[in-house]
Design a protein around this ligand. Sequence first.
Ligand SMILES: [Mn+2]
Length: 397
Amino acid sequence: MLVSILYVFLTLASTHAHRERDEFPQMPMDVVDVSTEPWTSKYGPQVDMGYTGPLSFSHLPYTRCLDDGVTRFDIALIGMPFDTTTSYRPGARFGPFAIRAGSRRQGTDRGTLAWGTSPGELGAALLDCGDVPVSAYENGKALSQMEAAYATLLGRPVLGGTTAAYKSRTAAFALDGKEHPRLVSLGGDHTIVLPILRALNRVYGPVSVIHFDAHLDTWAPRPGTVGQERIDHGSFFAIAAEEGLMTNTSVHAGIRCQMNGMQDLEHDDSVGFQVISTDDIDDYGIHQVIQKIRQRIGSSPVYLSLDIDVVDPGLAPATGTPEPGGWTTREVKRILRGLSGLNFVGADIVEVAPAYDNADITGIAAADIVYDFLAMMQLDGPPVPHGGPFGEGNLVR
Ligand SMILES: [Mn+2]
């Protein structure tokens, strides 16, 4: 008896705590006419400024999408605060928080010279879906949770745009012939890509991958490991290939890590990747790098995964396995613009670990790259370079 009374009490107590967090208690009462109050009559709406407001990506509408069967979206942000398969410095579970914090000064309706437009103008309904509450104690469960969450959102009906500029982009590739939402995942360590590819595979079949990273991440599981321990942030692509989740037309961009030997490259090739090294940008030029990626991917459905460590640690120090001598943030942004028009089915940015940051530099860079994803995923091709005093059309894109 006592036990059951205690149980009822504890259940009520936890329900109460949950409700208190989610819903401010509403008393039935007359609505106040705020328009006549001192604030509104004098200063108007209570707008959020760049450094104020609740923490959603770039001040987008925020809802816990997994619980919300009402709010529709075309492209959504989803946080995956998972970092328990890192090999060196942990801390990427704080990545989604840092990227959202870095995005506060941005606006998705604000265009740039480089894009000539903004993600908001391009018509997709953008929404911040919050974070997946993943286990920090059991990796098998955490991967299962991320896959279930991703599959849930991927299975939702799309809104179908907020303006006439919106264009259906995934129905042509989906096995069921329907338009599916696209997700931009905020990691988390790089292993989050395995549950993502598992969920994508059920909707699209195998996809190509464009992988920006200093590291191959196709390494065979560490000798002596079995089961869940085989899966870490350097082996997840090898596991994905074992499971048949990728085509053999994937490509790395920005590789510069130390390797165990040239056999690593042979294994990488068997996983389905071509390698564009960090130095290729100097030896062949940025336009060649863009063209090689585009040729490799062609018209296949493609998933884009960007490890922030592709950027030089001087410009993005907050990451788990920094490698000196990387691309600049500007170079990465230029390559991303050049990939517009490929058939993206999703994207992520991973390995942002803000405990190692200085002055929010990495979080701000990552947020800026996510803004680029949101434009890149909605265009039919790379934007024309801004004209200005140089005119248009005289640059090779
Ligand atoms: Mn990586």
